[in-house]
Design a protein around this ligand. Sequence first.
Ligand code: ADP
Ligand code: MG
Length: 219
Amino acid sequence: MSAAEVRGLVREFSGRRVLDGLDLTVDAGEFVALLGRSGSGKSTLLRVLAGLDVPDGGSVSVPGSVAVAFQEPRLLPWRSVRDNVALGLRTDADVDHVLGEVGLTERAGAWPLTLSGGEAQRASLARALVREPGLLLLDEPFGALDALTRIAMHDLVLGLWERHLPGILLVTHDVDEAIALADRVLVLDEGRIVADHAPGPRPRTDVGALRATVLSELG
Ligand code: ADP
Ligand code: MG
């Protein structure tokens, strides 16, 4: 069973092929990271997987439910944290449970505009996870956070992933983040996946060689 299967995906904008016959599989419960230069088509791929954009060719199969978290948390400012999370809703108990998991129990009644960047991103993750998605798409979710908050978010996401086991496709421009978190690290270039690495068992301490390889693949 896979969380996502993509075959020969083509997406063009004004005649320019951004995705050019891309193949990708995310197994159920697998954590995959996707690296690629700015403008290489990472967000386009995620939007297609989320059903927010329509491909020009190829096939996309996402058998289960899908949830997305973006770099900007995109919380509704006129609803409390709790009501934002409840939008992805199952039951009150599920909402409370997931708020606890992301450490926002005390902030459940807060307005989004009063949250720190890290808190807002945790609310965004809770909103995505409460639906128990088969596929969780994360588009540079930590890109706007400071370094310390980002490290805390890495631990949080790994813990959430281990408990809920969605398939995850994490788009990031941070090679170290990709290597630290994912089962597989992919590189997108010229519209296709050009490299596919398995960093090995966690925790990962000696990743210098892989880091150098991936950096060279990114050009
Ligand atoms: P990435 O997320 O890797 O930085 P994107 O997927 O956002 O890249 O964009 C890939 C390319 O496709 C860019 O050149 C971007 O300008 C173009 N593009 C993305 N979405 C659209 C759109 N809706 N209309 C026109 N061009 C787009
Ligand atoms: Mg992008």
